[in-house]
Design a protein around this ligand. Structure first.
Ligand code: MN
Length: 479
Protein backbone atom coordinates (compact mmCIF):
# COMPACT_ATOMS: atom_id res chain seq x y z
CA UNK A 1 0.00 0.00 0.00
CA UNK A 2 1.33 3.40 -0.93
CA UNK A 3 1.66 5.92 1.86
CA UNK A 4 1.96 9.63 2.50
CA UNK A 5 3.89 10.87 5.49
CA UNK A 6 2.27 13.67 7.45
CA UNK A 7 4.81 16.07 8.98
CA UNK A 8 3.56 18.80 11.30
CA UNK A 9 5.59 21.82 12.25
CA UNK A 10 6.04 23.62 15.56
CA UNK A 11 8.92 24.63 17.82
CA UNK A 12 9.95 24.14 21.47
CA UNK A 13 9.16 27.72 22.47
CA UNK A 14 5.61 27.00 23.62
CA UNK A 15 6.33 24.29 26.21
CA UNK A 16 5.67 20.58 26.62
CA UNK A 17 1.88 20.86 27.02
CA UNK A 18 1.51 22.70 23.77
CA UNK A 19 3.61 20.13 21.86
CA UNK A 20 1.57 17.29 23.34
CA UNK A 21 -1.57 18.96 22.10
CA UNK A 22 -0.03 19.48 18.66
CA UNK A 23 0.76 15.75 18.42
CA UNK A 24 -2.72 14.80 19.63
CA UNK A 25 -4.44 17.12 17.15
CA UNK A 26 -2.28 15.83 14.32
CA UNK A 27 -3.13 12.26 15.20
CA UNK A 28 -6.82 13.12 15.11
CA UNK A 29 -6.38 14.81 11.74
CA UNK A 30 -4.44 11.88 10.29
CA UNK A 31 -6.99 9.36 11.63
CA UNK A 32 -9.80 11.33 10.05
CA UNK A 33 -8.03 11.64 6.69
CA UNK A 34 -7.27 7.92 6.68
CA UNK A 35 -10.98 7.19 6.89
CA UNK A 36 -11.47 9.38 3.83
CA UNK A 37 -8.57 8.46 1.54
CA UNK A 38 -7.48 5.13 3.03
CA UNK A 39 -8.56 3.33 -0.13
CA UNK A 40 -5.91 5.24 -2.10
CA UNK A 41 -3.05 5.68 0.39
CA UNK A 42 -2.26 5.27 4.05
CA UNK A 43 -1.29 8.48 5.83
CA UNK A 44 1.31 8.06 8.56
CA UNK A 45 2.21 10.69 11.15
CA UNK A 46 5.88 11.52 11.73
CA UNK A 47 7.34 13.41 14.72
CA UNK A 48 6.57 17.13 14.92
CA UNK A 49 9.37 19.24 13.51
CA UNK A 50 10.80 21.26 16.42
CA UNK A 51 14.36 21.45 15.13
CA UNK A 52 16.25 21.17 11.85
CA UNK A 53 17.57 17.76 12.93
CA UNK A 54 14.06 16.35 13.36
CA UNK A 55 13.09 17.70 9.97
CA UNK A 56 16.11 16.08 8.33
CA UNK A 57 15.38 12.74 10.05
CA UNK A 58 11.77 12.87 8.84
CA UNK A 59 12.75 13.66 5.27
CA UNK A 60 15.36 10.87 5.24
CA UNK A 61 12.54 8.51 6.10
CA UNK A 62 10.41 9.93 3.27
CA UNK A 63 13.21 9.57 0.75
CA UNK A 64 14.23 6.03 1.73
CA UNK A 65 10.78 4.48 2.12
CA UNK A 66 9.84 2.84 -1.20
CA UNK A 67 6.17 2.76 -0.22
CA UNK A 68 6.08 6.51 0.43
CA UNK A 69 4.85 8.50 -2.57
CA UNK A 70 4.69 11.95 -1.00
CA UNK A 71 4.44 14.23 2.01
CA UNK A 72 1.79 16.36 3.66
CA UNK A 73 3.07 19.22 5.82
CA UNK A 74 1.10 21.52 8.13
CA UNK A 75 2.22 24.16 10.61
CA UNK A 76 0.00 23.79 13.66
CA UNK A 77 1.94 26.53 15.41
CA UNK A 78 4.70 28.84 14.24
CA UNK A 79 7.64 26.77 13.01
CA UNK A 80 10.61 28.99 12.15
CA UNK A 81 11.27 27.97 8.58
CA UNK A 82 15.06 27.89 8.66
CA UNK A 83 14.47 24.58 10.47
CA UNK A 84 12.92 23.24 7.25
CA UNK A 85 15.68 24.14 4.79
CA UNK A 86 17.96 21.13 5.10
CA UNK A 87 15.07 18.67 5.28
CA UNK A 88 13.25 20.11 2.29
CA UNK A 89 16.49 20.03 0.32
CA UNK A 90 16.45 16.24 0.66
CA UNK A 91 12.85 15.87 -0.48
CA UNK A 92 12.45 14.22 -3.89
CA UNK A 93 8.76 13.30 -3.70
CA UNK A 94 5.54 15.29 -4.20
CA UNK A 95 4.76 17.80 -1.47
CA UNK A 96 1.33 18.91 -0.29
CA UNK A 97 1.18 21.93 1.99
CA UNK A 98 -2.08 21.57 3.89
CA UNK A 99 -3.16 25.01 5.05
CA UNK A 100 -5.72 24.20 7.69
CA UNK A 101 -6.50 24.25 11.42
CA UNK A 102 -7.46 21.73 14.06
CA UNK A 103 -10.42 23.96 14.96
CA UNK A 104 -13.02 25.02 12.45
CA UNK A 105 -14.51 28.01 14.25
CA UNK A 106 -12.94 30.57 16.54
CA UNK A 107 -14.16 30.13 20.16
CA UNK A 108 -14.98 33.80 20.51
CA UNK A 109 -16.07 33.58 24.15
CA UNK A 110 -13.12 31.46 25.28
CA UNK A 111 -10.22 32.51 23.13
CA UNK A 112 -7.11 33.59 25.07
CA UNK A 113 -3.36 33.86 24.44
CA UNK A 114 -2.81 30.12 24.99
CA UNK A 115 -5.32 29.31 22.26
CA UNK A 116 -3.66 31.80 19.94
CA UNK A 117 -0.23 30.29 20.58
CA UNK A 118 -1.47 26.77 19.92
CA UNK A 119 -3.54 27.45 16.80
CA UNK A 120 -1.63 29.71 14.49
CA UNK A 121 -1.58 28.19 11.01
CA UNK A 122 -2.25 31.62 9.50
CA UNK A 123 1.06 32.64 11.01
CA UNK A 124 3.14 29.45 10.74
CA UNK A 125 1.93 28.28 7.31
CA UNK A 126 2.93 31.61 5.76
CA UNK A 127 6.41 31.41 7.25
CA UNK A 128 6.64 27.88 5.88
CA UNK A 129 5.12 28.84 2.51
CA UNK A 130 7.84 31.45 2.13
CA UNK A 131 10.67 28.96 2.49
CA UNK A 132 9.09 26.44 0.10
CA UNK A 133 8.74 29.24 -2.46
CA UNK A 134 12.28 30.44 -1.76
CA UNK A 135 13.63 26.92 -2.35
CA UNK A 136 11.66 26.73 -5.61
CA UNK A 137 9.98 23.43 -4.75
CA UNK A 138 7.06 22.51 -7.02
CA UNK A 139 4.22 21.70 -4.65
CA UNK A 140 0.47 21.75 -4.05
CA UNK A 141 -1.22 23.98 -1.49
CA UNK A 142 -4.64 22.89 -0.25
CA UNK A 143 -6.40 25.48 1.90
CA UNK A 144 -9.50 25.04 4.07
CA UNK A 145 -10.85 23.20 7.08
CA UNK A 146 -9.53 19.66 6.79
CA UNK A 147 -12.92 18.02 7.25
CA UNK A 148 -14.49 19.94 4.36
CA UNK A 149 -15.42 17.67 1.45
CA UNK A 150 -13.64 19.94 -1.03
CA UNK A 151 -10.42 19.78 1.01
CA UNK A 152 -10.64 16.01 1.35
CA UNK A 153 -11.25 15.72 -2.41
CA UNK A 154 -8.10 17.73 -3.11
CA UNK A 155 -6.04 15.59 -0.74
CA UNK A 156 -7.42 12.50 -2.47
CA UNK A 157 -6.44 13.93 -5.86
CA UNK A 158 -2.96 14.68 -4.54
CA UNK A 159 -2.64 11.10 -3.29
CA UNK A 160 -3.64 9.69 -6.68
CA UNK A 161 -1.34 12.00 -8.62
CA UNK A 162 1.54 11.36 -6.19
CA UNK A 163 1.02 7.63 -6.64
CA UNK A 164 1.14 8.08 -10.40
CA UNK A 165 4.36 10.09 -10.12
CA UNK A 166 5.85 7.34 -7.97
CA UNK A 167 4.79 4.82 -10.61
CA UNK A 168 6.25 7.04 -13.32
CA UNK A 169 9.67 6.78 -11.68
CA UNK A 170 9.44 3.00 -11.99
CA UNK A 171 8.46 2.78 -15.63
CA UNK A 172 10.72 0.64 -17.75
CA UNK A 173 9.67 0.76 -21.35
CA UNK A 174 10.60 -1.65 -24.13
CA UNK A 175 10.71 -0.27 -27.64
CA UNK A 176 10.50 -3.15 -30.08
CA UNK A 177 12.12 -1.56 -33.08
CA UNK A 178 12.51 2.18 -33.35
CA UNK A 179 10.21 5.06 -34.24
CA UNK A 180 8.26 4.96 -37.46
CA UNK A 181 10.53 6.37 -40.12
CA UNK A 182 10.03 10.11 -40.80
CA UNK A 183 7.38 10.71 -38.13
CA UNK A 184 8.33 13.74 -36.03
CA UNK A 185 6.12 13.84 -32.98
CA UNK A 186 7.00 10.36 -31.74
CA UNK A 187 10.67 11.30 -31.55
CA UNK A 188 12.48 13.22 -28.84
CA UNK A 189 15.02 13.03 -26.07
CA UNK A 190 14.76 9.70 -24.27
CA UNK A 191 17.45 10.69 -21.80
CA UNK A 192 15.49 13.78 -20.76
CA UNK A 193 12.37 11.60 -20.27
CA UNK A 194 14.30 9.48 -17.79
CA UNK A 195 15.76 12.47 -15.96
CA UNK A 196 12.43 14.29 -15.71
CA UNK A 197 9.85 11.53 -15.39
CA UNK A 198 11.90 8.45 -14.55
CA UNK A 199 11.06 6.56 -17.75
CA UNK A 200 13.75 4.05 -18.71
CA UNK A 201 13.33 3.73 -22.47
CA UNK A 202 15.14 0.60 -23.62
CA UNK A 203 15.50 -0.90 -27.06
CA UNK A 204 14.95 -4.54 -27.92
CA UNK A 205 14.50 -6.21 -31.28
CA UNK A 206 11.06 -7.51 -32.21
CA UNK A 207 12.84 -10.85 -32.60
CA UNK A 208 12.50 -11.21 -28.82
CA UNK A 209 8.74 -11.50 -29.26
CA UNK A 210 8.98 -13.60 -32.43
CA UNK A 211 11.13 -16.06 -30.50
CA UNK A 212 8.89 -15.92 -27.44
CA UNK A 213 5.78 -16.50 -29.54
CA UNK A 214 7.31 -19.61 -31.10
CA UNK A 215 8.03 -20.98 -27.62
CA UNK A 216 4.48 -20.55 -26.29
CA UNK A 217 3.22 -23.92 -25.05
CA UNK A 218 -0.15 -25.43 -25.93
CA UNK A 219 -1.26 -24.94 -22.33
CA UNK A 220 -0.27 -21.26 -22.34
CA UNK A 221 -2.02 -20.75 -25.66
CA UNK A 222 -5.19 -22.46 -24.41
CA UNK A 223 -5.20 -20.31 -21.29
CA UNK A 224 -4.86 -17.08 -23.28
CA UNK A 225 -7.57 -18.15 -25.74
CA UNK A 226 -9.81 -18.90 -22.76
CA UNK A 227 -9.18 -15.39 -21.47
CA UNK A 228 -10.15 -13.95 -24.86
CA UNK A 229 -13.31 -15.99 -25.27
CA UNK A 230 -14.46 -15.28 -21.72
CA UNK A 231 -14.04 -11.52 -22.17
CA UNK A 232 -14.88 -11.15 -25.86
CA UNK A 233 -17.18 -12.64 -28.49
CA UNK A 234 -15.40 -14.67 -31.14
CA UNK A 235 -16.82 -13.33 -34.39
CA UNK A 236 -14.46 -14.93 -36.88
CA UNK A 237 -13.79 -18.38 -38.32
CA UNK A 238 -10.13 -17.52 -38.62
CA UNK A 239 -9.20 -18.86 -35.19
CA UNK A 240 -5.60 -19.35 -36.29
CA UNK A 241 -5.21 -15.58 -36.71
CA UNK A 242 -6.53 -15.04 -33.18
CA UNK A 243 -4.19 -17.70 -31.81
CA UNK A 244 -1.35 -15.83 -33.43
CA UNK A 245 -2.29 -12.75 -31.37
CA UNK A 246 -2.63 -14.89 -28.25
CA UNK A 247 0.94 -16.11 -28.77
CA UNK A 248 2.14 -12.52 -29.10
CA UNK A 249 0.44 -11.55 -25.88
CA UNK A 250 1.81 -14.51 -23.93
CA UNK A 251 5.27 -13.73 -25.29
CA UNK A 252 4.92 -10.05 -24.41
CA UNK A 253 3.72 -10.83 -20.87
CA UNK A 254 6.60 -13.23 -20.27
CA UNK A 255 9.09 -10.77 -21.69
CA UNK A 256 7.75 -7.92 -19.55
CA UNK A 257 7.80 -10.04 -16.39
CA UNK A 258 11.35 -11.22 -17.06
CA UNK A 259 12.64 -7.71 -17.76
CA UNK A 260 10.59 -5.63 -15.31
CA UNK A 261 8.89 -3.84 -18.19
CA UNK A 262 5.49 -2.18 -17.78
CA UNK A 263 5.11 -0.28 -21.07
CA UNK A 264 6.10 -0.95 -24.67
CA UNK A 265 6.00 0.24 -28.24
CA UNK A 266 6.04 -1.52 -31.56
CA UNK A 267 5.98 -0.29 -35.13
CA UNK A 268 4.45 -1.80 -38.22
CA UNK A 269 7.66 -0.90 -40.07
CA UNK A 270 9.59 -3.42 -38.01
CA UNK A 271 7.62 -6.64 -37.73
CA UNK A 272 10.42 -8.85 -39.02
CA UNK A 273 9.43 -12.45 -38.46
CA UNK A 274 5.91 -11.59 -37.31
CA UNK A 275 2.86 -12.44 -39.36
CA UNK A 276 0.55 -9.76 -37.95
CA UNK A 277 0.71 -6.38 -36.26
CA UNK A 278 -0.21 -6.91 -32.59
CA UNK A 279 -3.92 -6.06 -32.41
CA UNK A 280 -5.85 -7.82 -29.65
CA UNK A 281 -2.54 -8.48 -27.92
CA UNK A 282 -1.97 -4.72 -27.50
CA UNK A 283 -5.65 -3.92 -26.83
CA UNK A 284 -5.94 -6.54 -24.09
CA UNK A 285 -2.65 -5.53 -22.44
CA UNK A 286 -3.64 -1.85 -22.39
CA UNK A 287 -6.86 -2.77 -20.60
CA UNK A 288 -4.62 -4.25 -17.88
CA UNK A 289 -2.76 -0.97 -17.39
CA UNK A 290 0.23 -1.76 -19.62
CA UNK A 291 1.43 1.35 -21.45
CA UNK A 292 1.41 1.13 -25.22
CA UNK A 293 2.47 3.41 -28.04
CA UNK A 294 2.32 2.56 -31.74
CA UNK A 295 4.95 3.60 -34.26
CA UNK A 296 7.63 3.63 -31.58
CA UNK A 297 5.94 6.40 -29.63
CA UNK A 298 7.61 5.84 -26.27
CA UNK A 299 6.33 9.10 -24.75
CA UNK A 300 2.65 8.26 -25.17
CA UNK A 301 3.26 4.69 -24.05
CA UNK A 302 4.83 5.76 -20.77
CA UNK A 303 2.43 8.67 -20.29
CA UNK A 304 -0.59 6.41 -20.81
CA UNK A 305 0.75 4.01 -18.17
CA UNK A 306 1.15 6.91 -15.72
CA UNK A 307 -2.36 8.21 -16.37
CA UNK A 308 -3.90 4.74 -16.09
CA UNK A 309 -2.24 4.47 -12.68
CA UNK A 310 -3.61 7.90 -11.73
CA UNK A 311 -7.13 6.77 -12.69
CA UNK A 312 -6.92 3.53 -10.73
CA UNK A 313 -10.04 2.93 -8.66
CA UNK A 314 -12.11 5.53 -10.51
CA UNK A 315 -15.09 4.95 -12.78
CA UNK A 316 -14.61 5.25 -16.52
CA UNK A 317 -11.78 4.45 -18.91
CA UNK A 318 -8.30 5.79 -19.59
CA UNK A 319 -5.98 4.85 -22.42
CA UNK A 320 -4.16 5.51 -25.63
CA UNK A 321 -6.09 6.97 -28.59
CA UNK A 322 -4.99 7.97 -32.08
CA UNK A 323 -6.72 10.85 -33.89
CA UNK A 324 -7.96 10.10 -37.37
CA UNK A 325 -10.91 11.61 -39.17
CA UNK A 326 -13.66 14.21 -38.79
CA UNK A 327 -17.31 14.73 -39.53
CA UNK A 328 -17.26 18.44 -40.37
CA UNK A 329 -21.01 19.03 -40.52
CA UNK A 330 -21.12 22.68 -39.48
CA UNK A 331 -22.00 23.14 -35.85
CA UNK A 332 -22.05 19.38 -35.20
CA UNK A 333 -18.41 18.53 -35.85
CA UNK A 334 -17.18 15.22 -34.46
CA UNK A 335 -13.94 13.29 -34.48
CA UNK A 336 -13.57 9.58 -35.08
CA UNK A 337 -10.69 7.59 -33.62
CA UNK A 338 -9.13 5.36 -34.61
CA UNK A 339 -8.19 3.78 -37.93
CA UNK A 340 -5.45 1.53 -36.58
CA UNK A 341 -6.18 -1.35 -34.24
CA UNK A 342 -4.88 -0.32 -30.91
CA UNK A 343 -7.84 1.04 -28.94
CA UNK A 344 -7.81 -0.24 -25.34
CA UNK A 345 -10.60 -2.69 -24.56
CA UNK A 346 -11.38 -0.64 -21.43
CA UNK A 347 -13.25 1.83 -23.69
CA UNK A 348 -15.77 -0.77 -24.81
CA UNK A 349 -19.42 0.12 -24.33
CA UNK A 350 -20.51 -3.41 -25.15
CA UNK A 351 -18.81 -6.78 -25.24
CA UNK A 352 -16.09 -6.47 -27.91
CA UNK A 353 -16.06 -8.77 -30.89
CA UNK A 354 -12.91 -10.48 -32.10
CA UNK A 355 -12.69 -9.96 -35.85
CA UNK A 356 -10.04 -10.54 -38.50
CA UNK A 357 -9.66 -8.09 -41.39
CA UNK A 358 -6.97 -6.62 -43.61
CA UNK A 359 -5.14 -3.60 -42.19
CA UNK A 360 -4.53 -1.77 -45.48
CA UNK A 361 -0.93 -0.87 -44.62
CA UNK A 362 2.14 -2.73 -43.44
CA UNK A 363 1.91 -5.65 -45.85
CA UNK A 364 1.37 -8.33 -43.19
CA UNK A 365 -1.36 -10.92 -42.67
CA UNK A 366 -4.84 -9.77 -41.61
CA UNK A 367 -4.60 -9.00 -37.91
CA UNK A 368 -7.18 -10.10 -35.36
CA UNK A 369 -8.54 -7.13 -33.42
CA UNK A 370 -11.30 -6.17 -31.00
CA UNK A 371 -14.19 -4.28 -32.53
CA UNK A 372 -16.56 -2.27 -30.35
CA UNK A 373 -18.35 1.03 -29.84
CA UNK A 374 -16.85 3.35 -27.24
CA UNK A 375 -18.26 4.60 -23.97
CA UNK A 376 -19.75 8.09 -23.80
CA UNK A 377 -19.53 11.02 -21.41
CA UNK A 378 -17.32 13.95 -20.45
CA UNK A 379 -13.63 13.36 -20.71
CA UNK A 380 -10.24 14.79 -21.49
CA UNK A 381 -7.76 14.28 -24.28
CA UNK A 382 -4.20 14.83 -23.14
CA UNK A 383 -0.81 14.53 -24.77
CA UNK A 384 2.84 15.24 -24.00
CA UNK A 385 5.26 16.64 -26.55
CA UNK A 386 9.01 17.17 -26.55
CA UNK A 387 10.00 20.64 -27.73
CA UNK A 388 13.73 20.10 -27.33
CA UNK A 389 14.28 22.49 -24.44
CA UNK A 390 11.19 21.44 -22.50
CA UNK A 391 8.17 19.15 -22.43
CA UNK A 392 4.61 20.41 -22.85
CA UNK A 393 1.37 18.78 -21.79
CA UNK A 394 -1.78 19.73 -23.68
CA UNK A 395 -5.09 18.86 -22.09
CA UNK A 396 -8.39 19.38 -23.90
CA UNK A 397 -11.86 18.83 -22.52
CA UNK A 398 -13.94 16.65 -24.83
CA UNK A 399 -17.28 14.90 -24.82
CA UNK A 400 -17.31 11.27 -25.90
CA UNK A 401 -20.44 10.62 -27.92
CA UNK A 402 -22.35 7.80 -29.50
CA UNK A 403 -21.63 7.45 -33.19
CA UNK A 404 -24.53 9.06 -35.07
CA UNK A 405 -24.82 6.19 -37.58
CA UNK A 406 -23.55 2.61 -37.83
CA UNK A 407 -20.26 2.13 -39.68
CA UNK A 408 -20.64 -1.45 -40.94
CA UNK A 409 -17.58 -1.31 -43.19
CA UNK A 410 -15.16 -0.01 -40.55
CA UNK A 411 -13.97 -3.05 -38.58
CA UNK A 412 -12.09 -1.31 -35.75
CA UNK A 413 -12.94 -0.04 -32.29
CA UNK A 414 -14.68 3.29 -32.65
CA UNK A 415 -14.32 6.22 -30.28
CA UNK A 416 -16.06 9.48 -31.19
CA UNK A 417 -15.83 12.82 -29.49
CA UNK A 418 -16.81 16.46 -29.65
CA UNK A 419 -14.26 19.19 -29.06
CA UNK A 420 -14.72 22.09 -26.66
CA UNK A 421 -15.57 24.93 -26.64
CA UNK A 422 -16.29 24.08 -30.29
CA UNK A 423 -14.50 22.50 -33.22
CA UNK A 424 -13.01 25.72 -34.61
CA UNK A 425 -11.40 26.90 -31.40
CA UNK A 426 -10.72 23.55 -29.76
CA UNK A 427 -8.87 21.84 -32.60
CA UNK A 428 -7.11 25.05 -33.73
CA UNK A 429 -5.82 25.50 -30.18
CA UNK A 430 -4.57 21.89 -30.18
CA UNK A 431 -2.72 22.52 -33.45
CA UNK A 432 -1.23 25.83 -32.28
CA UNK A 433 -0.06 24.13 -29.09
CA UNK A 434 1.67 21.44 -31.14
CA UNK A 435 -0.55 18.66 -29.84
CA UNK A 436 0.32 15.20 -31.14
CA UNK A 437 -2.02 12.86 -33.03
CA UNK A 438 -1.30 10.33 -30.29
CA UNK A 439 -2.91 11.06 -26.97
CA UNK A 440 -4.50 9.63 -23.87
CA UNK A 441 -8.26 9.92 -23.57
CA UNK A 442 -9.87 9.55 -20.18
CA UNK A 443 -13.37 9.71 -18.78
CA UNK A 444 -11.92 9.12 -15.29
CA UNK A 445 -9.46 11.97 -15.05
CA UNK A 446 -10.09 15.70 -15.26
CA UNK A 447 -8.11 18.77 -16.17
CA UNK A 448 -7.43 19.30 -12.45
CA UNK A 449 -5.63 15.95 -12.21
CA UNK A 450 -3.47 16.73 -15.22
CA UNK A 451 -2.77 20.26 -13.97
CA UNK A 452 -1.56 18.86 -10.67
CA UNK A 453 0.68 16.34 -12.43
CA UNK A 454 2.09 19.12 -14.63
CA UNK A 455 2.68 21.35 -11.63
CA UNK A 456 4.37 18.71 -9.49
CA UNK A 457 6.61 17.56 -12.35
CA UNK A 458 7.36 21.10 -13.51
CA UNK A 459 5.91 20.56 -16.99
CA UNK A 460 4.43 23.32 -19.12
CA UNK A 461 0.65 22.93 -19.43
CA UNK A 462 -1.82 24.23 -22.00
CA UNK A 463 -5.49 23.60 -21.32
CA UNK A 464 -8.33 23.80 -23.82
CA UNK A 465 -12.02 23.73 -22.93
CA UNK A 466 -15.21 25.71 -22.58
CA UNK A 467 -13.20 28.57 -21.07
CA UNK A 468 -10.91 28.78 -24.12
CA UNK A 469 -11.86 32.00 -25.89
CA UNK A 470 -10.95 33.45 -29.23
CA UNK A 471 -8.71 35.88 -27.35
CA UNK A 472 -6.90 32.94 -25.79
CA UNK A 473 -6.49 31.41 -29.23
CA UNK A 474 -4.83 34.59 -30.50
CA UNK A 475 -2.46 34.50 -27.56
CA UNK A 476 -1.68 30.84 -28.16
CA UNK A 477 -1.10 31.40 -31.86
CA UNK A 478 1.39 34.20 -31.19
CA UNK A 479 3.52 32.81 -28.41
MN1 MN B 1 0.22 7.56 -35.42
Amino acid sequence: MSKLYFIPGSQDLYGEECLKQVAADCKEMVDFLNTKVGDVVTIELLPTVETSDICVENMKKVVCDDECVGVITWMHTFSPAKMWIKGLQLLNKPLLHLHTQANEKLPYDEIDMDFMNLNQAAHGDREYGFIVAKLGIKHEVVAGYYKNDSVVAKIRRFAQVAKAIGYSKNIRLATFGNNMRDVAVTDGNRLECEIKYGWEVKYWGIGEIVKGAAEVTDAELAEKMNEYTSKYTMATDNVAAVEEQARYEVALEKFMAANGVNAFTDTFQDLNGMNQLPGIAAQNLMAKGIGFGPEGDYKISAFSAVLMKMAEGREGATGFIEDYTYDLTEGQELELASHMLEVPASFALNKPEIQVHPLGIGGKADPARLVFDGITGDGIQVTLIDLGDHFRIICADIELVKQPKPMPKLPVARIMYRHKPNFEIGTAAWCYAGGAHHSVVSTSLTRADIALFAKLTGTELIVIGDDTTEAELYRLSNR
